[in-house]
Design a protein around this ligand. Sequence first.
Ligand code: SAM
Ligand code: DTB
Ligand code: SF4
Length: 322
Amino acid sequence: MFAEQTTPNIRHDWTKEETLILLQKPFNDLVYTAQQVHRQNFDPNKVQLSTLMNIKTGGCPEDCAYCPQSAHYKTGVEAEKLTTIEEVISQAETAKNKGATRFCMGAAWRQPKQRDLEMVIPMVKAVKKMELETCLTLGMLSLEQAKQLKASGLDYYNHNIDTSPEYYSKIISTRDYEERLTTLKHVRNAGINVCCGGIVGMGETQKDRAGFLLTLANMPNHPESVPINMLVKVEGTPLDDTKETDPIEFIRIIAAARIMMPKSYIRLSAGRNNMSDETQALCYLTGANSIFYGEKLLTTNNPQLTEDRLLLKRLGIQPNKN
Ligand code: SAM
Ligand code: DTB
Ligand code: SF4
């Protein structure tokens, strides 16, 4: 579990200044370094495919300013009950048949109650039995809850830090950064792989982006999976009219994440529906090697499967096999 700490070239001591210097490098130099690091650690022509399913939609008590599922905002997303295990099995089967290797189930909760967990555990077991990797994102977890999920066969838990410690309180007031880090510790200590990243394009500064990246890179063990989302602007949320992010700036974050966390899977996550093929190609070039694959994310749209397959084919990138 602590092997990374002794692996040469894997650092956990990034400073804000160094991270800013990296983010501000001439673009070609940054791309070159990121591609070198990528090739030293991964097959550059492979991508991991994860499919998302929203198992509990809307009505969330948290006030995350980006989120269409928060009960604080009128976004048109109606609160629903937890889905059924039959529906999970059916969607997981489809995802597997279409080529996904991981099935990620998300719930709009602050923290699951014991009875919620008891409903979710059979879902994890059923998906695992289908020889898919399992991932959950349910909000905060106690150590005891994380251990229960580990015992049920859970492979990954997604819990994002979203942005820098300094910018966090501008985005969410119903919980703090420390609570996020505590859940991540519980997940790690329970022996579950950590999936942790955040969102670019919420009005944060480059310093915030550096703070976000170094919080991830200075964790005692790097998250195995790092989702980098481009904000999907949803009408009714406070971030609806945020200024567009320059795609070049987004690619810089992907490249810096690859350099700072050489062995992690960097997932080009939400926001691909608004990205050109060329932007996505540059993300793959600079080290992104995982995507959400499926027509829907949680409540918003993702590219069509045919579109993704075509782009991967044009780039000569092969999906990882089950
Ligand atoms: N409720 C759980 C939680 O917050 O951890 C799990 C689900 S939550 C929707 C998972 C992540 O999706 C968030 O942490 C955020 O990074 C991302 N996300 C949510 N809405 C988004 C949006 N509009 N654009 C981009 N990413 C978003
Ligand atoms: C993550 O980092 N991105 C995913 C997943 N983890 C759960 C969610 C993206 C949600 C985008 C907005 C929506 O569809 O509601
Ligand atoms: Fe709730 Fe998660 Fe959305 Fe925040 S991001 S409002 S915790 S569903």
